[in-house]
Write a new protein. Structure first.
Length: 78
């Protein structure tokens, strides 16, 4: 899986688990909603600074963000 797609899917998964719309979450993370949309769909590269803003707004550490099968070389089961 492409890393941009995996990161975007993880962001969307955590955002939805918190029951936040893209609009509300982008406000809390202090990023543009349209940029968030592109990141969640794997269309844009994301800087580490922006990823930190996102993980802070989600209330997860970078370690926890990446501590998932997708990022450990295992395929996600569907």
């Amino acid at each position: 899986m492409d890393m941009k797609v995996a990161i975007g899917e993880r962001i969307a998964e955590l955002r939805k688990a918190k029951k936040l719309s893209q609009q509300k979450f982008s406000y809390e993370a202090e990023i543009e909603r349209s940029y968030l949309t592109h990141v969640e769909k794997g269309r844009k590269n994301i800087s580490i600074d922006t990823l930190i803003k996102i993980t802070d707004a989600l209330g997860v550490s970078l370690k926890d963000f990446f501590n998932k099968e997708t990022f450990n070389g295992k395929k996600k089961s569907k």
